[in-house]
Write a protein that binds this ligand. Sequence first.
Ligand code: C5P
Ligand code: MG
Length: 233
Amino acid sequence: MWRRVVSLPPLLSSSNSRRLNQVQVAYGFNASQVFSTQAEEGVSGARRKPFVTFVLGGPGSGKGTQCTRIVNTFGFTHLNVGDLLRKEIYSDSENGSMILDTIKEGKIVSSEVTVKLIKNSIEANENSRILVDGFPRSEENRIAYERVVGVEPDIVLFFDCPKEEMVKRVLNRNEGRIDDNIDTVKERLTMFSELNLPVIKHYSKKGKLHKIDGTGTEDEIFERVLPIFAALR
Ligand code: C5P
Ligand code: MG
């Protein structure tokens, strides 16, 4: 599925490129060397498999915030799976009301729906570095992705945060989300422990997992994220 002819867009804006330079100085690497699967078009112009990072963590663990930092520093594209599902609710999609009910209850949407949305987004995206935020939420999600997309992620980030801290952040963030209330958060935490932790264990066994302490300020957490990408050289 990856052998499509594309021309790659510029990776970084000039301010991002300045930040990247600082990171390069700090860690002594060259961005073009970092991503082993970075799409460099071959003679045929065909696109290579993108470098896919799954980003996991409980509700309020800081996944989305850190994804924005990774995008700005390393030129990734951010696929926020919760956002993809929320967008479906407001489209004319036949699945809209099912997705709304599932999100309201803090449960997990069927992989058949979610994997299709992710696959379409990855294929529509010309960037060769992709962050998939909030997926896979369950072993069912993971297995369906591997079956449908046919490849595993290159690395997996897990933002590890105590439950009390996650609840505090979610209830304070005021983003107007229908599921950021105490009852739904409790269910989301239960789903996380029961369904997402086995996925995290799986990637740990495969040596793909990077567990990051998700406590502290946004800057402190990002300082823990930086060396992971620097080490991919
Ligand atoms: O990641 P985020 O917190 O935005 O996800 C919000 C909700 O979207 C989840 O609680 C869940 O109901 C749904 N979701 C899902 N499957 C995913 C990602 C999100 O069902 N892989
Ligand atoms: Mg999020």
